[in-house]
Design a protein around this ligand. Sequence first.
Ligand code: SF4
Length: 494
Amino acid sequence: MADPYGFLKHPRQDAKKRPVADRAADWHEVYLDPGAEARDQQVRTQAARCMDCGIPFCHSGSAGCPLGNLVPEWNDLVRRGDWELASDRLHATNNFPEFTGRLCPAPCEAACVLSISHDAGGPVAIKRVEQAIADVSWEQGLVRPARAHVPSGRKVAVVGSGPAGLAAAQQLTRAGHEVTVFERDDRLGGLLRYGIPEFKMEKKVLDRRLAQLRNEGTRFVTGCEVGVDVTVEQLRERFDAVVLAVGALRGRDDRTTPGRDLDGVHLAMDHLVPANRACEGDGAPAIDAAGRHVVVIGGGDTGADCYGTAVRQGAASVVQLDQYPTPPAKRDDERSPWPVWPWVLRTYPAHEEAGERRFAVAVEEFVGDEAGHVRQIKLRKVRVERDASGRRVVVPVTEEVELLPADLVLLAIGFEGVEHMPLLDGLGLRLTSRGTISCGSDWQTQAPGVFVCGDAHRGASLVVWAIAEGRSVANAVDTYLTGSSDLPSPVIPN
Ligand code: SF4
């Protein structure tokens, strides 16, 4: 039984980060490993803050965890030191808690009852507890392959090996289907591999989970673009069902600002992918921030990833720009559309390492030198308003223009949906106005037997949503192949 007064006895304490000088000089994860004993004691104390609410808003619903993580249950198990059962209960709803524990912005914490008032001391540190359970599970050998006992005789192709594809593949393999994951890149993991920097999640964390999937029987084919290297006809002939988990990697561009075509102005992923490849040992990145004045445009997760990557590459300076004002200091502040985090600014560890953030500014022009390389940015102070139709518009608030040094500009202003790929043409699928692949209430696209999940369906979103959709699509495919399914289905298509 949880202690209902635990939160009054123990202050919230977030995980400690490594000193800035150390972490900015390498690619290892930002957070300090306090050692097993200290972690055990610290995390058990944090878990003891949970009240085991009658209605745990952290656990599900519109604001809580899309996976329906059994948060109060495993908080209490951790409080009591029963890590093995906590691992069991965490893995019951989440295939990859070591990913969400590191990468998810934790909507569960925003939804926690303890975020209601300052006096409560802040929400339970759910994400910290989750990562600790996941890490302890691996360290103590509690994560074991869960092989299916009875093969179904059915074959499923999963296209894409990001978190949605991997979750779908693991669920379907465990249900007895023969699953093959196709990845067009040379290594597995999608955004987890080439989008997320090492300092947020080291790739060994991904690799050990992939080893578990292999041991369970999931097959993987890398360097294979379905629709090109394997034709749609071959795919249809060989597999009874297909899951599209191809992501939404078409980066939003800024073609209207003068100077966009100068050398040195790139989309964020053009920077992040080679930087991650360099960490994998593929040689120097094609776009390197070393010694350059870097300007990151866009204030979200991807922008922060570029920011931290540029710092580690040895940039001469790093500035991140955002059209929106400083993030709200209170959750009821409606001045900006930033993700709401209880009472604190939406900052990332990278912002403590170096550089500067500028809010309520917009780029007027990228200014180049005679050789056609960007050298400066013309900036103007702005505010974001809504026009008569409710659309956001950016309005200058001053005549003054500021010049900012910039010889590497990274556009991190969002994603517009699924990239063009021959596979979609071959299947006869059209994209929605949001650039995503539509589906019915059973996750099935307009192509019979072809299902979609993750960012390809939802648009660029959180890793926790990708896993939740992967689990749900697995239920739908299992039902399609066998007539019913015992697999969980935590979310419905939007
Ligand atoms: Fe515990 Fe917060 Fe969830 Fe309540 S809402 S059960 S206090 S984590």
